[in-house]
Design a protein around this ligand. Structure first.
Ligand code: PLP
Length: 395
């Protein structure tokens, strides 16, 4: 017998995951080359060669007791020092290994942070459209997700007036995701500065601590040299959740980290508590072999140009066919307006052409669809005639 708490989770099981499964079934039925699965953000670019070489070398030459053993729940000191050094070189920060806790991807980074900070009933603000798991993660610790409505007229930037009005004495955190899943937009420095000013003001007004959680698995996936501001520089109570799932194409390896800067409220106590949250949450520590790989490959580069090219070809093809899309500035998602208000019916229509898209209602933003283009370039090219046929049903 399952708990009452699980029932809604089972009933609303992730549409994206369900589509991923459906895509695999369709591939068996029609042949993989005839199915255009744009459902999940599973990178198509292989992990950099350094990663493969490091795995082989570590497994061959390092002490297996160390490679596969437990370590401090925060992670190997050399891995954490390597991460801190990498961030300091790139963003002029002053982190040490103490500020870094290795986690089981960004999913567990967010869970560790929320477990560490949330009292039951406290509120966490997110901006629609947002990564659907935020609601589940916040609910894991009896928090309440407060959603700011989408801003299609303003290029899907955060609606700052609504944001300011939504902050209450119960607000414990604000989550932002930059570059953004699902819109592909990047919040520029000017927006971050405005958000930080609002949060500073509200902290003073309520005498409270409001954390800014920067969820950034797509940080390196920024196109055309676009800057992605490093948020700890703008607001002291910033905490970062990072993942190598997308940047190094390692989603199945489950590796990421949190950053808890010295400037954040009661940092030492928070770091100790978050390390314990890693353990008692059942993660215990991030996977050991891949932590050692990260220590060596922290400067490895991801093939941004590959995704940029996919995004450009898809954007040009879709807009030529008559669709309206948000031009991606980063990540690997195309955010497209459904030609009819009921985007689920549009997604169903796409399936007739073996096109798999995710309805925007999965991101609290009906009327839109997400097309995940971390796929082969060939899939993009061959899908465009199908999108054109689909467009003819509407335009
Ligand atoms: N946050 C966002 C915005 C994501 O898109 C994802 C995964 O797609 C995650 C967090 C979770 O990433 P991970 O695989 O590292 O748990």
């Amino acid at each position: 017998m399952i708990s009452k708490r699980m029932e809604p989770l089972v009933n609303n099981n992730s549409v994206i995951r369900a589509m991923f499964e459906e895509g695999k079934q369709m591939a068996d039925k029609y042949g993989a080359e005839n199915v255009f699965d744009f459902s999940i953000g599973n990178p198509n670019v292989p992990a950099p060669k350094e990663v493969q070489e490091a795995i082989i070398d570590i497994v061959t030459n390092e002490d297996p007791v160390k490679v596969h053993g437990y370590m401090n729940n925060a992670g190997f000191p050399e891995t954490r020092a390597a991460v801190a050094g990498n961030l300091n070189r790139r963003f002029g920060t002053k982190f040490t290994e103490k500020n870094i806790i290795m986690t089981v991807g960004a999913g567990s980074a967010l869970n560790v942070l929320l477990k560490t900070m949330l009292e039951p009933g406290e509120e966490v603000i997110a901006f629609a459209p947002y990564f659907v798991e935020y609601g589940n993660y916040v609910a894991n610790y009896d928090g309440k997700l407060v959603v700011i409505s989408p801003n299609p007229e303003g290029g899907f930037m955060p609606k700052l007036d609504e944001f300011e009005g939504a902050i209450t004495p119960k607000t414990k955190a604000v989550i932002i995701n930059n570059p953004n899943n699902p819109t592909g937009v990047i919040y520029p420095e000017s927006v971050i500065k405005e958000m930080a000013a609002i949060m500073e003001k509200k902290q003073k007004e309520y005498g409270s601590v409001i954390y800014l959680i920067s969820d950034e698995p797509y940080r390196e996936l920024a196109y055309d040299g676009a800057e992605v501001p490093y948020l700890t520089k703008y607001y002291d109570n910033t905490l970062v959740g990072y993942s190598y799932s997308k940047s190094l194409s390692l989603p199945g390896e489950r590796i990421g980290y949190v950053v808890i800067p010295d400037e954040s409220d009661n940092a030492e106590e928070f770091i100790d508590a978050a390390t314990i949250a890693n353990r008692v949450g059942g993660f215990v520590n991030a996977p050991s072999l891949i932590q050692l790989v990260i220590a060596r490959c922290v400067d490895a580069k991801c093939d941004v140009a590959y995704y940029e090219r996919n995004g450009k070809t898809l954007y040009d093809g879709l807009t030529e066919a008559g669709f309206t899309c948000t031009k991606p500035q980063g990540a690997f998602y195309m955010w497209m307006k459904s030609p009819i208000p009921d985007e689920k019916a549009f997604v169903a229509a796409g399936k007739k052409y073996n096109l798999l898209m995710v309805p925007g209602s999965s991101f609290a933003c009906p009327g839109y669809v997400r097309i995940s283009y971390c796929v082969s370039y060939d899939q993009i090219e061959r899908s465009l005639p199908k999108f054109k046929e689909l467009a003819k049903e509407y335009f």
